[in-house]
Design a protein around this ligand. Sequence first.
Ligand SMILES: Nc1ncnc2c1ncn2[C@@H]1O[C@H](COP(=O)(O)OP(=O)(O)OP(=O)(O)O)[C@@H](O)[C@H]1O
Ligand SMILES: [Mg+2]
Length: 389
Amino acid sequence: MAKSKIFKNRDVLMPDYLPGRLPHREQQIRKVASVLAQALKGYRPNNLFIYGLTGTGKTAVVKLVTRKLEEKARSKGIRLKISFVNTKRDDTAYRILAKLSEDIGLRVPPSGVATSHLYSRFKKFLDKREIIFIAVLDEIDYHVKRHGDDLLYKLTRINEELKYSKMSLIGITNDINFTSWLDPRVKSSLSEEELVFPPYTASQLEDILKERAVEAFYEGVLEEGVIQLCAAMAARERGDARKALDLLRVAGELAEREGATKVTIEHVRMAWEHIEKDRVTEVVQSLPLHNKLILLSILKLTKEDRATYTGEVYKLYKEYTELLGIETLTLRRVSDLISDLDMLGLIRSEVVSRGRRGMTKMISVESDRNAILRGLSKDPRVAEFVGYL
Ligand SMILES: Nc1ncnc2c1ncn2[C@@H]1O[C@H](COP(=O)(O)OP(=O)(O)OP(=O)(O)O)[C@@H](O)[C@H]1O
Ligand SMILES: [Mg+2]
């Protein structure tokens, strides 16, 4: 591959890159550090619950602070161990316990042991290690929504049964309703300390992008206004730094692919569309089957920018379910699912009067048709019908 004219180091803009500085998170860094600093005195840090919208720097802050804490503990000869589990990836109690166990040096088989047994082994081994153990449970809502809060309950009580070790929890989520999934006792122990990450403003995002851009791009490659536009667009998306960085990176990639020597405002706009289309495909792909069939029906009935109506959609949807030999949902339910598709921004539906025939929904497609089709095609049950479109 030819040497890039645009990127000095593209990795700096990748989502998993952890920068050494996090501008506009000084307050949050200080708070996390002050809670965890107890460990350096040999005490158990309070549990900490962190909430904030996506892309507000929660994971980055906790990683940065825990990394520094580990260094300090090492230099002071304090027996501290930190484990980082993403429960979106490791969502079962078994996998979480396995990861925690491995991080303190206990090998576990990938399966075949009962979770309760694994828990006892973990507890025993943890106590033997005589350490202060901090477990970070990131995106913790994924685990709790699927598997309940039993494990959390146990972990918040574990210190009562430990003699030589101490354990603290840091729970992170971007789900504002998360605590409603918790038993009140779990909720109060998990949030001995609480911390909220506010969304970034446009000018804060600008600062963040500027710092990264210096390392990521060659000098003079970014046209005037590129960073400001990425920041403004991401600020509208509820202050999401990940989105801002993605925009800047994809804009750079598009410029590079064209063989351009500069990243322009136009590249940013193209990047926006690119990212938006990927989002649509992902959202569609993750829909339940019935929602996909309804969406497909809508797509088929709205060619050439025509609008369609609930009754028409229902008829076609019913044909698909019969062809697949699955149950057909009621008209009422399908109408609700159409509203859900609207909420996701995939389609637009408006209630209109049909005179004596009552009310119906007028439905049109709101997002990129090809992106929707790509998402639908990834489901083999739906793909065969997409072909005839
Ligand atoms: N203040 C900041 N300075 C520099 N980069 C930042 C800052 N805040 C966030 N980032 C970067 O933005 C991206 C998203 O941040 P992070 O992963 O911490 O978000 P999050 O709050 O954990 O989001 P989610 O809830 O989706 O997991 C990361 O690449 C991170 O490095
Ligand atoms: Mg995160």
